[in-house]
Design a binder for this molecule. Structure first.
Ligand code: GLN
Length: 241
């Protein structure tokens, strides 16, 4: 990060923003501002070039057709890959997560090339969609509390040797391959199937992204009352099913 502003890039809100994933940008921006950081947020539509000088990139979920269009444009644009080469932090949700992988199955039933930023490959699950509340434990290396969110996806995602599961599910399907894994990460690139928006339900993930951008180990505490109430309610709801 330069010393002027934390640059947050929200990728393709016109194609990839289901289930209130916009909230991820709002929460990230807010938590950075609460730490007295100047934030420059850019919402980059799919007809615009992806800037390569961002600090944190957010890419959300989407229906199958917009997901294919987004992947086509991101491949053609190349900016997200260049940003990643520059060390940018990328946080992706659901369709965005699948796009970051090597390939996924598109709305035409064809294998569609992803960006290869995460060592994961997604197919379409034969069984019913993975739908419902999820409760999990984040990879202990990341030092985060329980993961809460909800999922709604047909895709199932296999991890290659260069990706670590983001979490293990206690409840829910996550990657949907039956091994209890949810999402993936490697270095500064993260993917999850969870909505919620996931950064509203898990603000410590937003703080992790900010810490990575600032290259610091700690951030000043902020009022967590509202977040904790939401988390408690949703974790209880997941356990009640
Ligand atoms: N279209 C993808 C799937 O069904 C992703 C869905 C989503 O982003 N919610 O797997």
């Amino acid at each position: 990060m330069n010393d002027m502003a934390l640059r947050i890039v929200w990728v393709y809100p016109d194609l990839l923003s289901t289930y209130g994933d916009q909230g991820n940008a709002l929460v990230l921006e807010r938590r950075a501002q609460q730490r007295r950081l100047t934030v420059q947020r850019r919402d980059v539509r799919s007809d615009q070039a992806i800037p390569t000088d961002g600090d944190i990139y957010l890419i959300g979920g989407g229906e199958d057709r917009p997901q294919r269009l987004a992947a086509e444009r991101l491949r053609r644009d190349g900016g997200l890959n260049r940003a990643s080469d520059n060390g940018a932090i990328i946080f992706s949700v659901c369709a965005g997560y699948q796009i970051l992988g090597h390939e996924f199955v598109n709305d035409l039933g064809q294998r569609e090339q992803g960006l290869g930023l995460l060592d994961v490959t997604s197919g379409r699950g034969e069984a019913e969609r993975c739908v419902g509340d999820v409760l999990g434990d984040v990879d202990s290396r990341l030092g985060l509390p329980a993961l809460t969110g909800f999922e709604n996806h047909q895709g199932v995602t296999h991890l290659g040797p260069h990706a670590r599961p983001f979490a293990q599910v206690r409840l829910g399907k996550g990657n949907g391959v039956g091994d209890g894994t949810e999402g993936a990460w490697n270095g500064t690139v993260f993917g999850t199937y969870l909505h919620g928006p996931v950064l509203a339900r898990n603000p410590q993930i937003a703080d992790l992204l900010i810490r990575l951008a600032l290259e610091v180990n700690n951030l000043n505490p902020v009022d967590e009352t509202w977040y904790e109430a939401l988390r408690a309610e949703r974790i209880a709801a997941a356990q009640a099913v």
